[in-house]
Every structure is written in C-alpha cells, then in structure tokens.
Design a protein around this ligand. Structure first.
Ligand code: CO
Ligand code: CO
Ligand code: CO
Length: 345
C-alpha cells in the first residue's frame, strides 16, 4: 500500500497560507527597504521581488512551500514545484535555478516518500528548463515541500500586478475550483476523473502562458493561488488603482466544482477569502452563490490572470487555447476606479 500524504494534513497546498489580512498586519510595521536597483518590492504584494543587475538582466526571486495537497508523493512534488516556479512566469521571467525546501519527519514516514517528492519536483524544474542547485531540510511533521526559485527577465520587460489600465480585458488561463475538488476528495464525494483533472491542472506549468505574455507585450499579470480568484484580483486592482469588473458566468470551473459547492462542500479558506474581499467588493444581486464561493476558493498552482489590451484579446486567447490551456477565457474587464475595487456580476 502506497503512503497517502493527504492523511498527514487537514488542509494543504496554498489553502494553508496565512490569511491575507493577518499577513498584511504582520508586515505593516516592517520598514521598507529601498534601493535604486530594486524594481519590484513587497509594496505592491507582487508575486516576486525583482532586482536589476545591469541594463540587460534583472533577477526574479521567489519562494513557495506547503503541506500536501494530494495523496501521491511524486505528484505532490510536481505540484509544489509547478506552483513555486509559477511566480517567475507571472513576472514575465524565465526560471534558471531552484533550491529545494524540505520539511520531512524521517521517523514517521518512510524515506522512500521523500525521494518520490524530490523526484517529482525535479521533473517539473527540468521541464521548466531550470536546475536544482541545492536545498535545505528540516525534520518536521507534517511534511512540507517547495522551492526557492531564481529567474531572469529583461529589466524593461518585467510584468507586475500594478499596471492594469482601464479598457483592458481580464484573461484567465486555467479553470478554478482546486480546493473544492480536493475537499470533495477527502469526503469521497469528488469523482475520480474530476480529481485527476484537478491534479493535472495543478501540475501544468504557467510557462507557455508566460511566453505568450512576453510575445504580445502584456505588462500586467499575476498567478491565482491561495487568496483565490477574487482575492488576487483585488490585490491587482488595488495595486493598479483601478476597478476590476468580473463576469461570474464567464469564469471557467473545473468539472464537478459547481455540484460539490451545491452540496455544501465549501472549504474554510473560501470564507477566509470572503472576509478579505467583502468590504471592497460589489456583488451583483443576481450573483449565483455557488459561483461566488468558487471564485473564493484557494487555488494551488492556479493559472495566470492577465490584463490584455482589447485589440490583442483574440490572438492571445487563441494562442493560449492552442497550446496547453484549452479552458482559457475572458472573464471581465478593467475599468476606471469606482466606489468598489471589485465588481462581480
Ligand atoms: Co503568485
Ligand atoms: Co507565491
Ligand atoms: Co542550509
């Protein structure tokens, strides 16, 4: 019998993040560190820090790690690595090196499990064209895994979450509902084929999405993770000083998500994210409750949300769907800042 990593945690993946409100509170009192070469810092709550080395090259640095989001160790390694690499793609960069971050209880879980996790991580780092150059391990329970990733980007081609401008369309590359499917799996209500599709969705790199953004000179994007579609949209809209209008009916959901929410399978993270966005969000009178909760679901290794000028929407969407994101969709638009930062209709 294979070791089931899901038995080690109550909630894993990006849903195990600190709540966005608590995090903001903890960081509030930290003095801001400034430097002329620091192009992107924590101020805009972006996906990674960016430091200019010279006129040609800027470094992108980011890290992500978490407790298990699935049963199989190799798959967990793949997902954790895809998720950690994602922040480099969201900034428009290419990952070059990565360090393993490992917390593993060697007395409680067979070492074979750790080997599988590391192999899965290495597979994704190789697929990204980057190298694992080291790491750090701590004996700890429950297990956790992730990467610290370094990427590069041309200093003039950095993509951030703070450059959305009115008139642009919002494109989402991957369907959402990961947290809901995993919760459904735990209570044995998620169909196996839907769980497998959710795993594939998490393993899928945002690499091609990043390439397409650079090709079409997109300059504002983020990746959707633990703070949910609405939480990350809120961060982006606030950082850009605009309002995002999202059409709930257009948001692509993984198969089975709507039905699970309908039967009450709603992870706690959805309510935590609701609490975070509520005050800044105008929810339409006719907004479907199940869709609303799905848009608040914590994603692990979610897709890219990009702001695309209207004249480029058709080609960008076509290219995304033609590569590895068949569910890519236009889900809304950027408008001038109004009373609320988010309008969900
Ligand atoms: Co991110
Ligand atoms: Co991250
Ligand atoms: Co060390």
């Amino acid at each position: 019998m294979k070791y089931d990593l899901l038995t080690t945690v109550e909630y894993g993946g990006c849903s195990a993040k600190l709540s966005p409100g608590e995090l903001a509170d903890a960081l509030k009192s930290m003095p801001r560190m400034k430097h002329e070469n620091l192009l992107v810092d924590i101020e805009t709550h972006d996906d990674a820090g960016v430091y200019k080395l010279n006129e040609e090259t800027a470094l992108i640095q980011t890290t992500d790690f978490f407790s298990p989001i699935c049963s199989d160790p190799f798959t967990f390694g793949e997902i954790a690595a895809a998720n950690a690499l994602s922040d480099v793609y969201a900034m428009g960069g290419e990952p070059i090196t990565a360090l393993n971050l490992v917390m593993f209880p060697s007395k409680k879980i067979p070492l074979e499990v750790l080997k599988e996790i590391l192999k899965g991580g290495m597979k994704k780092v190789s697929e990204a064209g980057a190298l694992i150059v080291g790491g750090h391990t701590i004996d700890d329970y429950p297990p956790k895994y992730g990467l610290a990733v370094t990427g590069v980007v041309h200093p003039d081609r950095v993509i951030t979450n703070s450059l959305a401008s009115p008139g642009e369309k919002l494109l989402l590359t991957k369907p959402i509902g990961i947290g809901i499917i995993v919760a459904g799996k735990r209570i044995e209500e998620a169909k196996e084929e839907n769980y497998i599709a959710a795993l594939d969705n998490m393993k899928l790199l945002n690499k091609e999405g990043g390439t397409i953004m650079q090709k079409h000179k997109i300059h504002c994007a983020t990746d959707i993770t633990g703070f949910s579609l609405l939480g990350h949209s809120l961060k982006m809209a606030v950082s850009s000083n605009v309002t995002f209008r999202i059409n709930a009916q257009k948001v692509p959901l993984l198969n089975g998500v709507y039905e699970l929410v309908d039967m009450g399978c709603i992870p706690g993270a959805c309510f935590r994210n609701l609490n975070y966005v509520e005050n800044d969000c105008l929810l339409g009178d006719n907004l479907d409750y199940n869709l609303k909760m799905s848009m608040l679901d914590a994603q692990t290794s979610g897709g890219l949300l990009m702001c695309v000028p209207p004249e480029k929407v058709k080609i960008v969407l076509q290219e995304l769907r033609g590569t590895v994101y068949p569910h890519a969709e236009v889900i809304g638009e950027v408008v001038a800042k109004s009373k609320k930062v988010l309008e969900v209709i």
